[in-house]
Design a protein around this ligand. Structure first.
Ligand SMILES: [Zn+2]
Length: 69
């Protein structure tokens, strides 16, 4: 799903339409941040943790079962 959020330059309403549905005014593009810095950090930490545990699992698999790639 790809949606571009736009903001009306006249009434400052947000819309995904080509034209402001409220006043028909000019729209400016907005790029809303997907994650707050806090969420991003949490995601990074979770990712790191996952990678570390995967690495750990891989190592164990190598010892247990070398035929599996
Ligand atoms: Zn408007």
């Amino acid at each position: 799903m790809k949606m571009k959020m736009k903001k009306c330059k006249s009434c400052r309403e947000y819309t995904i339409e080509d034209k402001c549905p409220y006043c028909g005014g000019d729209l400016g593009e907005v790029f809303p941040p997907k994650y707050s810095p806090e969420d991003k950090y949490g995601k990074y930490r979770r990712k790191l943790k996952k990678e570390l545990s995967l690495e750990d699992l891989n190592e164990r698999n190598i010892h247990k079962n070398t035929g599996r790639s």
